[in-house]
Write a protein that binds this ligand. Structure first.
Ligand code: 5GP
Length: 241
């Protein structure tokens, strides 16, 4: 039994608390949605629970395939126990199809297949609005090193292969997603943060309708029924763990 300690960090969608175990953190998923780097912020009842459940289910299944993650266990309601990791301050984005900023930046045809999938890194910085950063810039600025970048790309590819298939089996196309990584005290690189429709673009394979935070970003309707639909489809076709 782990006891929740002091509040260490408040993010846009989660709060992080210490615990009485120095190796573990207590993460609380907020009923909050943000877009435009926090400039658009709304309370959405039930979102924290849905994201916790989707993230917990995907972390559990992904860990069972051998991908090292920070996930320990989901708790009641909106909380999760994770292993403490020193975060790499980068967002690792992978794009299977053109969407979002890839379309606005390059005028690419929406949903054009990107072969091979495109890796991008963004520097995590609210002050700078998470700017795009290339490998040479990461290394020159001392943010990370070549081996870590290569390992993050390999792990992102592994997650992409598994997640794309997992979603395809339930009639959902994985368009793109964002991952974050950290290092445990023993140096192991692990997948951290969350795995939910907040940080991936998902579309229904038949209708092409969005099943992710784009619904909120584009004011296309209520968010919770869409997240509930993703959870229900995943839960109805569980993977062996
Ligand atoms: P884009 O660069 O097109 O806005 O986003 C690409 C993918 O990364 C999308 O799936 C989007 O949800 C995710 N993503 C990019 N930046 C962030 C971010 O700051 N927070 C979250 N939660 N997801 C992000």
């Amino acid at each position: 039994m782990v006891t929740k300690g002091e509040l260490l960090y408040v993010g846009k969608a989660k709060q992080v608390f210490s615990t009485d175990n120095p190796e573990l953190l207590w993460v609380h998923y907020l009923d909050q949605a943000t877009a435009l780097n926090g400039k658009k912020k709304v309370i959405i009842d039930g979102k924290g629970t849905l994201n916790l459940q989707i993230s917990g289910l995907l972390f559990k299944e992904l860990s069972a395939t051998g991908v090292p993650t920070h996930f320990v266990q989901d708790l009641d309601g909106q909380d999760m126990l994770v292993r403490k990791a020193k975060m790499v301050p980068l967002e690792a984005v992978l794009r299977n199809f053109a969407s979002g900023h890839f379309v606005t930046k390059f005028n690419a045809t929406p949903m054009m297949k990107l072969d091979p999938p495109v890796h991008e890194f963004y520097l995590k910085s609210d002050d700078l609005d998470d700017p795009f950063i290339n490998d040479a810039q990461v290394i020159a600025l001392g943010i990370s090193d070549e081996e870590t970048l290569a390992a993050m790309k390999r792990m992102t590819d592994t997650v992409n292969t598994w997640l794309s298939r997992r979603f395809a089996e339930i009639g959902i196309t994985l368009v793109d997603f964002k991952l974050e990584f950290g290092r445990l005290a023993d140096g192991t690189l692990v997948l951290a943060d969350e795995l939910s429709p907040d940080n991936m673009r998902l579309v229904d394979a038949d209708t092409g309708l969005s099943l992710d935070k784009d619904v909120f970003r584009k004011d296309a309707g209520p968010l919770t029924p869409v997240y509930a639909e993703v959870l229900n489809r995943l839960a109805a076709h569980p993977q062996e763990v």
